[in-house]
Design a binder for this molecule. Structure first.
Ligand code: SF4
Ligand code: SF4
Length: 356
């Protein structure tokens, strides 16, 4: 193989090349840290040097003008260093304490709220939505923007019993994560099949194998190979749509939003927890999702008023019990909230060819 054609093993780039020099100087050598005010972290190294990090919220999907504005702020206050977190907050780092106040004032004046640290509602983590993914049923990024506008003060202040992590997911099967509150798409009708396209673009065995309840069968329609769905079995998960786009499941009316609560990834204080469904069938009402915002705000207000200091959402619910949670939040509890998995052995796909 010639020199030119040799593959380059890129891997993850060395992060130190992007760090502020003050962080590189003290790397792995920190003595303590605190938060002088919401949205500001102070890390003090063993040698005594203090480094300040100012965290701000963004509008999630950023145009080039916003990115340039953020970079200009980094040039002015932080020697050209800027860092985006996995939740699309932005962090500015400087060892110069005199720059912290003017930096905060400039960020706030430009519309970037400073906060998201400690016991606040942190920036909402989101999946990609309509802009970047090919299977979403809603625009997770839009949901994030709409919710964060509603939760502006909760982001800027640290008034919650513990930190609150909110997540979104724009399909029922792929990315997203456990959250104190999770805002997830919920399909409520089986897919509608465009038979004219199936033979041309779908690998039928792959699609059949993906269905978790074995509801998809091969079929001949108008003399062409296609698929059919046993709608009594279908649980509307949407897993068939990615490998076979003609199995259209996204629907402007029947794709809804569901809210789950009480999940967490961390093992601080208690074990990681799975979130659980508390509200289903909310309208997927872009661009502001007011019905979803109302439920999220009601849950947050109840948690804030009733949880003990340092209780995460799931720990609070475990203490008061689920019946009390539904009473206090005025959310209806229905038979659909109960999943005992009874019958799962018979109707879940037991094939060894199941692929995800
Ligand atoms: S949650 Fe689903 S639809 Fe949304 S970005 Fe991830 S894979 Fe795509
Ligand atoms: S994969 Fe999911 S949506 Fe598709 S037919 Fe099976 S259960 Fe229904």
């Amino acid at each position: 193989m010639s020199e030119l054609r040799r593959p380059i093993e890129s891997g993850v780039p060395d992060s130190k090349q992007f760090m502020h020099p003050a962080l590189v100087r003290n790397y792995g050598n920190w003595a303590w840290h605190d938060r002088p005010r919401p949205g500001v972290l102070r890390h003090v190294a063993a040698g005594g040097e203090a480094v300040f990090t100012v965290k701000a919220g963004t509008q999630r999907q950023m145009d080039i003008f916003t990115l340039r504005k953020l970079c200009d702020i980094a040039d002015q206050f932080c020697d050209g260093h800027i860092r985006f977190t996995i939740r699309s907050s932005v962090e500015f780092t400087t060892p110069d304490e005199s720059k912290v106040k003017p930096l905060i004032e400039r960020l706030e004046a430009e519309g970037f709220p400073v906060g998201g640290t400690g016991n606040s509602v942190g920036f909402i983590s989101h999946t990609q939505g309509w802009l970047h993914c090919d299977i979403p049923g809603t625009d997770a990024s839009g949901v994030v923007k709409a919710m964060m506008d509603e939760l502006y003060d909760e982001f800027k202040n640290e008034d919650m019993p513990n930190r609150v992590k909110i997540t979104t997911s724009c399909c029922q099967i792929n990315c997203g994560g456990q959250g104190d509150i999770a805002i997830n798409i919920q399909h409520t009708k089986p897919p509608v099949i465009n038979h004219a396209l199936v033979a041309g673009i779908c690998e039928r065995p792959t699609v059949i194998a993906r269905c978790p309840v074995a509801a998809i069968r091969p079929a001949l329609v108008d003399g062409k190979p296609s698929l059919e769905v046993d709608e009594k079995k279908c649980v509307c998960c949407g897993a068939c749509f990615p490998p076979c786009p003609p199995m259209q499941i996204n629907d402007p009316v029947h794709s809804k939003i569901a809210i789950w609560v009480g999940g967490k990834h961390s093992s601080t204080r208690s074990k990681p927890m799975f979130h659980k469904l508390v509200a289903a069938g909310l309208p997927n009402n872009a661009p502001r999702w007011p019905e979803v915002a109302a439920v999220v705000k009601k849950i947050l207000a109840t948690y804030k008023a009733d949880a003990r200091p340092w209780e995460r959402m799931g720990e609070w619910i475990e203490r008061i019990g689920w019946p009390r949670f539904f009473e206090m939040t005025d959310l209806p509890f229905t038979k659909y909230h109960v999943d005992t998995w009874r019958g799962g052995r018979a109707n879940l796909n037991a094939s060894s060819h199941l692929h995800f």
